[in-house]
Design a protein around this ligand. Structure first.
Ligand code: SF4
Ligand code: SF4
Ligand code: FES
Length: 231
């Protein structure tokens, strides 16, 4: 199969460039990650992140034929050749397909991604009814791969001010959790022209999420809650 991969070593190259690879696939190669690992056997200078190869760790997110996705869950048979692979857009390149996720995780941490509850803990655990637990479906499955936030034009322009779809999905995950008692503080924190309201509902985020999640829906629910507070 033919691949065209963006290469860039900031210490050695003046700008990114494409390198072409023509590789013989093995009988067990099914996914793009298999191909990239094979390419590394002929060129071990190619840098990329990966770990679980099961769509769980979120580390091999990249831009594949113009669309963000996970290499390990992208089938080779579905890809048009040459397969053009670039790092996730909008974040600084550390090297080749590895981007600096500092800003992405800074936004994630800014929404306090943990339960806040000052009430004395019960003897065993804070229980939820099945219905309360169901509220978290479509939210807790996020693997923080950053496919969504790095496909979002609003995040490209304001990564330091706009929380981005991944962080906002997580913000709603804690707002929606019956065990969390900081809903008002969380809404106060997001009631800001940049942190939440930079989302213009373009829905790139929904289009690329490899877990089939819907950050736009979560963002809409936060906006509705803010509106309900005003009314
Ligand atoms: S819907 Fe909002 S968060 Fe999603 S890509 Fe568009 S602007 Fe970004
Ligand atoms: S919402 Fe989807 S695309 Fe965004 S970080 Fe989570 S799993 Fe990745
Ligand atoms: S290697 Fe973990 S999600 Fe792809």
């Amino acid at each position: 199969m033919k691949f065209r991969i963006q290469r860039y070593n900031p210490d050695a190259d003046s700008k990114p460039f494409y390198q072409d690879y023509d590789v013989e696939m093995g009988p067990a190669d099914r996914m793009l990650l298999d191909a990239l690992v094979r390419i590394k056997t002929v060129d071990d200078t190619l840098a990329l992140r990966r770990s679980c190869r099961e769509g769980v760790c979120g580390s091999d997110a990249m831009n594949i034929n113009g669309k963000n996705g996970l290499a390990c869950t992208t089938k080779l048979v579905d890809l048009k050749e040459p397969v053009v692979i670039k790092p996730l857009p909008g974040l600084p390149i550390v090297r080749d397909l590895i981007v600096d996720m500092t800003q992405f995780f800074a936004q994630y941490h800014s929404i306090k991604p943990y339960l806040v509850n000052d009430e004395p803990p019960p003897e065993k655990e804070r229980l939820q009814s099945p219905t309360e637990r169901e509220e978290l479906d479509g939210l807790y499955e996020c693997i923080l791969c950053a496919c969504c936030s790095t496909a979002c034009p609003s995040f490209w322009w304001n990564p330091d001010k706009f929380v981005g779809p991944a962080g906002l999905l997580q913000a709603y995950r804690f707002i929606a959790d019956s065990r969390d008692k900081a809903t008002n503080e969380r809404l106060d924190d997001l009631e800001d022209p940049y942190r939440l309201f930079r989302c213009h509902t373009i829905m790139n985020c929904v289009d690329v999420c490899p877990k089939g999640l819907n950050p736009t829906l979560a963002i809409g629910r936060i906006k509705s809650m803010l509106l309900a507070r005003v009314i």
